[in-house]
Write a protein that binds this ligand. Structure first.
Ligand code: HQG
Length: 192
């Protein structure tokens, strides 16, 4: 998205980005948002709720949200008409629906070394989120894993065998794929 508008230099867009992700991924009820089954909410409803708290030096508007999306290093949010959603990462109990899609033959998952033995016994679990998050490439998996370990482990996922086994995959954005769980037999430790 090409944007040339000047935004407020004293507005903390990282804070705003975190607040929007928090509202859409983890706490829509706190913000009194009516969310559809795909995770979309009305942008005006989100703006009214954020602005009620007066946490920013001015009222937040749709252009501010577009700016958050423009400066983000990851594609976390999607706007469709007058609606917005988080593309992945949800943790609340109402399961967000995605269309089932066929992933590339190999996907990746970056994680901390300390989780490895548990993952290789139990498989990948969604933990506090609704879905297990998988990466389309090694570089993305490395970035995900580095949030928890400076030298993460990269697991390689054999999606062809997993699909045959009956695992369903969902496409969140270009880099992120989701599934409900992934048994250990489809995982191997990629030595990078
Ligand atoms: C681990 C961020 C022990 C799993 C990222 C991970 C991603 C297990 C952690 C997105 C396990 C869960 C999601 C098992 C899984 N035993 N540990 N059986 N199964 N785990 O944050 O994939 O920046 O919920 O390996 O970049 O790290 O917020 O998942 O380490 O795209 O946009 O349990 O969140 O995106 O951690 O990250 P998370 P994740 P944003």
């Amino acid at each position: 998205m090409q944007m040339n508008c000047k935004r407020w230099i004293n507005l903390d867009y990282i804070k705003l980005s975190k607040e929007i992700s928090y509202a859409l991924r983890h706490a829509p009820w706190e913000y009194e948002l009516e969310m559809d089954e795909n995770g979309f909410v009305d942008i005006q409803q989100l703006l009214s709720s954020i602005n009620e708290e007066n946490n920013y030096p001015k009222l937040i508007d749709k252009m501010d949200i577009l700016h958050v999306i423009e400066i983000s290093d990851k594609k976390r949010l999607e706007i469709s008409g007058e609606k917005i959603r988080a593309m992945y990462g949800h943790s609340f109990s109402m399961l967000i629906k995605y269309n089932e899609e066929t992933p590339p033959a190999i996907l990746y998952h970056g994680t901390a070394k300390r989780f490895l033995s548990s993952i290789m016994t139990e498989g990948l679990k969604p933990m506090s989120r609704q879905y297990v998050h998988l990466s389309a490439d090694i570089e993305t998996a490395m970035r995900v894993g580095k949030r928890r370990d400076s030298e993460p482990v990269i697991l390689q996922i054999d999606t062809v065998s997993a699909l045959k086994f009956g695992i369903k995959f969902y496409h969140a954005n270009e880099k992120v794929w989701l599934c409900k769980e992934l048994p250990f037999q489809f995982l191997s430790n990629l030595q990078v």
